[in-house]
Each structure stands twice: as C-alpha cells, then as structure tokens.
Design a protein around this ligand. Structure first.
Ligand code: AMP
Length: 191
C-alpha cells in the first residue's frame, strides 16, 4: 500500500478546510470535503442538494448513504491519485466502516487520523466570524452553530476511539496561529 490517505478530523470551525489546502499542496493529495460536495449539489439544485439543504441549514447530519455514495464516486474516479485528504468525513461510525471497506477493496487504507482539538467557545467565535464573510447560512446563526457542535460531540467525536483502536489517532492542538497548527500537522504526519 503506497497511498497516503489522511482523515482530517475535528469539530466545525477547527480549521479542517484551511489546513487541507496546505496539506494538499505539500503532499500532492486530493482534497475531498463532503461539506463542499454537498454545497455544490445545492448550488446545482439537484434532488440530492434539495434533500440535504434542509438538514444542513438545521445543523443536522445528512444520511450516511448520501455522503458515503458521494465519497465512493470520487475515490473510484481517481484510481491514480497519490491519496486523499478526507475533510468532514467520516462523521459517524457507519461512515468510518464504509470508508475502511471501500479503501480495502482498492488495496488501500487510512494512513493516519489527525484530530484537531479546539475549545468550544473558540469554535463558536470562529464560526460566527466566518459567517460574516463566507456566505454560509449555517455559519450565521448561533443556534445552528451550537447544534453542529452538539452533533459533532454526540456522533462524530466517538470516532476517535475507532481510529485509536487501529493505532491511527493523532491528537493535534488546534488552538493558536494557522502556521503553528500546520507545523504540528506536518510533524504528526512525518514523525
Ligand atoms: P462542513 O462543511 O463539513 O461543516 O459540513 C456542513 C454540513 O454538511 C454539516 O453540518 C452536515 O449537515 C453536512 N455534512 C457534511 N459532511 C457530512 C458527513 N460526512 N455526514 C453527514 N453530514 C455531513
């Protein structure tokens, strides 16, 4: 197995999107963000986009089948990719298991899971700040922001145990400057 597949993990507002761009360039990996893929479906007004929109604007997760299907299509389309950065996926145990199964069928697997750890009030501050400029409706409403963090704590954070059991969990301090956080991620990947 010579591919590098990274799960970039963390709550909403942890900096996954920002850090993904850097890791993509440094390691030549493809960036797969289920949030970005879903927003593209909404933009294109597809049936899938219409189904997802309501859940996303309420800060709830979209069904596992939907995101797993989107990720599978992308992974299969890019057999020659050096590897992927999964951003915002997996978010449930069913998604994590589906990801392992699909990569295994391709003779590959997850290399490492990098978990960005950020204090809750800092997340709320960052998301509402981003909402002022990002045009994302789910970043503008404090109630929705807190709902998303709650969904993360309830359904997504337990995945740390899933990857820990596989020896792949690396916890990264996600507080501080973007550059410092990047340095910590690189150290975890190369260390
Ligand atoms: P994000 O851009 O990762 O913050 O995702 C924005 C929204 O898209 C989330 O609040 C969910 O409603 C939905 N979403 C993105 N990725 C997933 C996923 N892996 N599983 C379920 N819902 C997701």
């Amino acid at each position: 197995m010579n591919k590098t597949n990274i799960v970039l993990f963390g709550p909403p507002g942890a900096g996954k999107g920002t850090q993904s761009k850097f890791l993509m360039d440094r390691y030549g990996l493809q960036h797969l963000s289920t949030g970005d893929l879903l927003r593209a479906e909404i933009q294109a007004e597809t049936p899938l986009g219409k189904q997802a929109q309501e859940l996303m604007s309420a800060g709830e997760l979209v069904p596992d089948e939907v995101v797993v299907g989107m990720i599978r299509n992308r992974v299969v389309e890019e057999p020659r990719a050096k590897g992927f950065i999964f951003d915002g996926f997996p978010r449930t145990r069913a998604q994590a298991e589906a990801l392992d199964t699909m990569l295994e069928k391709l003779g590959s697997g997850i290399t490492v899971m990098l978990s960005l750890e950020v204090e809750q009030e800092e997340l709320v501050k960052r998301l509402l700040g981003r909402g002022a400029t990002s045009g994302r409706p789910d970043d503008r409403n404090e109630e929705v922001v807190r709902k998303r963090i709650g969904e993360y704590e309830a359904k997504t954070a337990p995945l740390k145990d899933y990857y820990k059991a596989q020896g792949k969990l690396r916890r990264i301090d996600g507080m501080g400057s973007i550059d410092h956080i990047t340095d910590r991620l690189v150290a975890a990947i190369e260390g």
